[in-house]
Design a protein around this ligand. Sequence first.
Ligand code: KAW
Ligand code: ZN
Length: 595
Amino acid sequence: PSTDETAAREWLEWYNTRAQDVYYKSSTASWAYNTNITDETQQRQVEVSLETSQFIKEVAQNATALWDWSGMSFDTKRKFDSITNIGSAALQNQTKLERLTNVQSEMRRIYSTAKVCENVDGQENCMVFEPDLTRELATGRDYNRLQFIWDGWRASVGPQLRSLYQEFVDLSNEAAVANGFDNTGASWRSWYEVDTFEQDLENIYEELKPLYLNLHAYVRRKLSETYGNRVSLTDPIPAHLFGNMWSQQWNNIFDLVEPYPNKPGGIDVTPKMVEQNYNATHMFRVSEEFFTSLGLGAMPDTFWERSMIVRPTDGRDVVCYASAWDFSRDRDFRIKQCTDVTMEDLLTVHHEMGHIQYYIQYADQPLIYRGGANPGFHEAVGDVLALSVATPKHLNQIGLLDEVTEDPDADINFLMATALEKIAFLPFGYLIDQWRWRVFDGSTGPDNYNAEWWRLRTKYQGIKPPSTRDETLFDPGCKFHIPNNTPYIRYFVSFVIQFQFHEALCREAGHTGPLHTCDIYRSTAAGDKLKAMLQMGTSKPWPEAMEAITGQRSMTASSLLKYFQPLTDWLKQKNWENREKLGWDAETWEDAKDP
Ligand SMILES: O=C(CCC(O)(O)[C@H](Cc1ccccc1)NC(=O)c1ccccc1)N[C@@H](Cc1c[nH]c2ccccc12)C(=O)O
Ligand SMILES: [Zn+2]
C-alpha cells in the first residue's frame, strides 16, 4: 500500500462525494419505511441497507489495500480510522448480514406497531403508545388503571421481541469482533476516545447520587400521601406512579409533589399552549426562533416541506419515536415526530431541533466529520437551549406564563420541576447501557435478561415493578432504544455536560445571579461560542470541543450541582424534618403488596 499522503487525500475526496450519494439513497429508503410501515417499504429499506453495507465494506477493504496511513498527518489518520471502523457491515457472511438487517427492521416494526387493547362496553378499544398510553400515564392518578397501562405495554411488546433480541446480540457481537472489538459494547465505548470512560462515568454518578436520593425520598413521601400504604416509606417505589412509562422522568407528577402549591414557578404550561391554539408547526417555529435569536441557522425550506411533525391521520403505521435526520446531501434535514401539544413535547421539539442545528453547523465538514464531538454532545445541544426556554422569565416573555415573581418559594417550585426531568433521569440514563454492556460481554445471559434488568432498575432508580416479573417477559425491550439498538449512555453524558455548556454560555451572555435563572435568549455572544463548537463536528477529540465552549477539557458534574444547589439545600432540610430514610432496601422488598 502507498504512503503518498497527497494521493491518499485525493482518494478521500472521491470517497466523500461518492459516500454522500450512497447515504442519501439509504436515508431516503429508511425515511420511506419509518413514515409508512408496509411490507414493501420494509423490504425496500432492508435491500438498500444491504447495498449500503456492501459499499461500506468495499471502501474499507480498498482503503486498507491501497493506503498505509500510519505515518500520515493526524487529520488523514483520523479519517481513515473512521472509514475502516465499519460496524455491522464487517460481517463477512452475507447471509448473517442479511439476517441481522432483517432482525433489526422487524424489531423496530414490532415496537412501532404495538398496541394495548381493552374491552369498553363490549367494544374492543386499542390504544397506541403516542399519544394514548403517554397521556394515560401522564395524567392518570388511579393506581389500578396505571398498572393496567404499565402491564399492558410490557405484555404486548416484550415477549414478541425476546428471541429476536437474543439473535441480534449474537450477530451484532460477531460484527464487532470482525471489526477488532471484544463485543458491541466495547465498540460503542470507543466513540468516547478515553480509556477511563467507564470509571469517569462511575465517579460522576457517585457525585450525583446524594441529590438523587434526596429527591427520591421526598417524592416517595409525596406519593405515599396520594396512594397510601401502597407506597411504603422505606421500600423502592412502584414503577408505574411517575407519569412516565419507564419512570425515567417525573415531570408529569409535578402537581403531586409541588413544594409551594400556591406559588408560581413550576407550572406546566400545557393548558396555556392549548388555550392559545398551539400546534406542532408553531412549536417548531418557536424553537427555530430561539436558535436564530442566538445568530444560529434557520431551518432550510426543505425542512418544512419534508419533515413529518404530526402522526399521519390516514391510518398509516409510522415509527412515532422522535428523531432528526441528516440526508447527507443538499442540506436535506428532517424531523420525524408525532408531536402532541404539551410542554413536554415542546422540550422534545427543542431537543430534536438541536440535532438539526448541529447538522446545519457542520454541513461544510467532510462527511466523515459530520457527527457530534461525542454522541453526548449531539444529545445536549437542544437541551441547552431548552434550559433557557423553560425558565419562568422566558415562558412569561413568550406569553405562556402570566406572572413572574422574585420569590424564593417560586424558585424552589421551578427547580423542583426541572429536577423531576433532569435529576430523576440520571440513574435511568446510567443503567440502560450497564445492562446492555453486560448482555454484550456475556455476563448477562438470556435466562436472566429480566431479572438483571430489575436488579439494576431497583439498585439505581429505587423503583420496583407493580406486578410480578419473569423470564417470559422482556421488559428492556419495551424501551425504544433497546429494540432500535440506539446506545443510551449518550443521554447520561448529555444531562451532565448540558449544564457545563449552560454555565459557560450564560457567562458569555453576561448573566449575573443564580445559574437556574439564566436565559441566553438573543445573546449572539453565546451563540457564537456554541456555533464555533458545533462547526467542529467530529474533527477533533471531544475534550477540544469541550474546551472551545467551557475552557476546560473534562466532563464534570460541578455545573449541574451548582445549578440545583438551592433545591439540594431545601430537600435536605425537608427530609431531615421528616426524618426520612434515604435510599431503599434493594434486596428485602416483597413483590407488590396486593391492596
Ligand atoms: O430518545 C430521545 C429523543 C430521540 C433522539 O432525538 O435522541 C433520537 C433517537 C433515535 C436514534 C436513532 C434512531 C432513531 C431515533 N436521536 C436522533 O434523532 C439523533 C440525531 C442525530 C444524531 C444521533 C441521534 N430522548 C431520550 C432521552 C431523553 C430523556 N428525557 C429527555 C428530555 C428531552 C430530550 C431527550 C430526553 C428518551 O426519550 O429516552
Ligand atoms: Zn436526541
